[in-house]
Design a protein around this ligand. Sequence first.
Ligand SMILES: [Zn+2]
Ligand SMILES: [Zn+2]
Length: 235
Amino acid sequence: MTVPDFDIGPHLERHKKKGPPKYPPLSEVLKIVPKIHGHVCTASYLGARMALLAVKHLDLKRKKDLAAAVEILTCAADGIASATTCSFGSGRLVFLDHGKFSCIFCNWMTGKAVRVSLVPEIDKEHIEFGTRLRDFYVKLKERSMEEAEAAREELDTHERGLIEKWHKMSDDDLFIIKEVEVNPEDLKYPLDQQYIPEPVKCANCGELTEKLKTLKINGDRLCKPCAGEFKLREI
Ligand SMILES: [Zn+2]
Ligand SMILES: [Zn+2]
């Protein structure tokens, strides 16, 4: 077995820059998006712009004071992460299952928050594209390779056209931004979901598991997979 053969030190430097945080311009964010998302698509593009618009309004002193809560599970989350460093792993990107293409951004230190949503016309054309994309995946199995490739190409043209059109539009033409009152605690994952403050051994697999996440079955504490709540089997 080999181990990594480079110096880890430089990668562990913490950023201690003074002054308000600098967010990269859109041109730079769009280079980051494919690194974490694989490509720039409609939703990641819109997410990146929503985030860059929101941070202008929040008087942030540090990047880590920003939380983002997406109100739908789409590629927008990765556009937002690319622009802001709010990520699932940092606990600062939260999923609110509201089924709306919107995002709430909040400065934890001050409680100031804004909600960014799409202008109805933009929302409509984005949903129309999303519906075509969903149909493409639904019908994928029935199609020949050639048919699938032709359909995909049509979709790519549609998507490219939308992004190029939006790229010529101002934030005012694309987004509605409103200051909102929200409980900042609702915009971060509770600490007990990020750490294991009260470890117990699962009676079946023996792995240390946060007690709150275990189930008591016939007097035994079991982790969720061992309790059958999640199908997972070693092979
Ligand atoms: Zn995407
Ligand atoms: Zn277990």
